[in-house]
Design a protein around this ligand. Structure first.
Ligand code: BJW
Ligand code: ZN
Length: 246
């Protein structure tokens, strides 16, 4: 894509956003890549180096909770010093510029909140939250965790409060996301490979309900042909172009 194409498409998207009452943005790992967070698939992706079935399924945790905790503790260490990038910041500006804005993220890194976004739906949980296998209590814990952390209340094993493959998403979280998606006038899908359901199909649902559907990604995805506008490049460069004069 030439710089001219990018600028023209960014300006089209800005116009659509300017006329929209309800805007929904769905983000994936790509929006955090420029902050230094590894993505999952593609070059340098976590699932290139580690097998998801060994580390991100309830069966893996049942077999070897210590190994799974090592993986998540390592990722907490990697994430702790990282800061939001201009892509996250542009979405904060967008939220302040449109009447109703919902940010649905598949990311567990907490960087949208750190940037200052407010109306956030975290589909796959949050790495800074833990959940007790005994009493179900969910709490925030940013400290360095023990290799096998336990609940202060009931003494049972804690797990990361994230959604693993084969696990259902929290029904109330999913309901809020679908409500927003179905009412969207504009929906933007940013930095996700579109391979993990149910998030992957949300853009298509929004479009069926009448939304103008926009994609921002480094490269085409399985859904690219369904989008009204696709802008290929880094979200940290494209989003500021879109939100600067909103
Ligand atoms: C840039 C960029 C830059 C880079 N700028 N762009 C229907 C059909 C088939 C299967 C299923 C189905 N429904 C459910 C399933 C099963 C399964 C699933 O989807 N499997 C598929 C793989 C086939 N789904 C589930 O199990 C979900 N549960 C569920 O639906 O329950 C009900 C149910 C269960 C079973 C059967 C039926 C129903 C749960 C999914 C949980 C996903 N969990 C993870 C781990 C979270 C915790 C952790 O992080 O450890 O979530 S997996 C991982 O993938 C993580 C992500 O949120 C998720 C999506 O990844 P994402 O964000 O798209 O990242 P990448 O790396 O794939 O892509 C990055 C993109 O960014 C690329 O495109 C780059 O080009 C781009 N990029 N730099 C812009 N600077
Ligand atoms: Zn407990």
């Amino acid at each position: 894509m030439t710089a001219l194409d990018t600028a023209a498409r960014a300006s089209l998207v800005r116009e659509r956003l300017g006329g929209a009452q309800r805007v929904v943005v769905l983000t994936g790992a790509g929006i955090s890549a420029e902050s230094g967070v590894p993505t999952f698939r593609g070059e340098g992706g976590l699932w290139r180096e580690y097998r998801a079935v060994d580390l991100a399924t309830p069966e893996a945790f049942g077999r070897n909770p210590q190994l799974v905790w090592e993986f998540y503790n390592w990722r907490r260490e990697v994430l702790a010093p990282l800061a939001p990038n201009p892509g996250h910041e542009a979405l904060v500006k967008m939220e302040q510029s449109v009447p109703h804005f919902t940010l649905i993220t598949q990311n567990i890194d907490g960087l949208h909140e750190k940037a200052g976004s407010r109306n956030i739906i975290e589909l796959h949980g949050n790495i800074w939250h833990v959940r007790c296998l005994g009493c179900g209590e969910v709490s925030e814990d940013r400290s360095v965790l023990a290799p096998m952390p336990r609940c202060a209340g009931c003494g049972q094993l804690l797990r990361p409060h994230v959604v693993w493959f084969g696990e259902a998403l929290d029904p109330s979280v999913l309901r809020r996301a679908y409500e927003a998606v179905q009412k969207a006038g504009v929906m933007m899908v940013i930095g996700t490979s579109g391979t993990v359901e149910p998030a992957a199909s949300m853009g298509i649902l929004a479009k069926r309900k009448g939304a103008f559907l926009v994609e921002i990604n480094l490269e085409p995805t399985p859904y690219t042909s369904f989008y009204d506008a696709s802008i290929f490049g880094k979200s940290g460069e494209i989003l500021p172009l879109i939100s600067e004069s909103l």
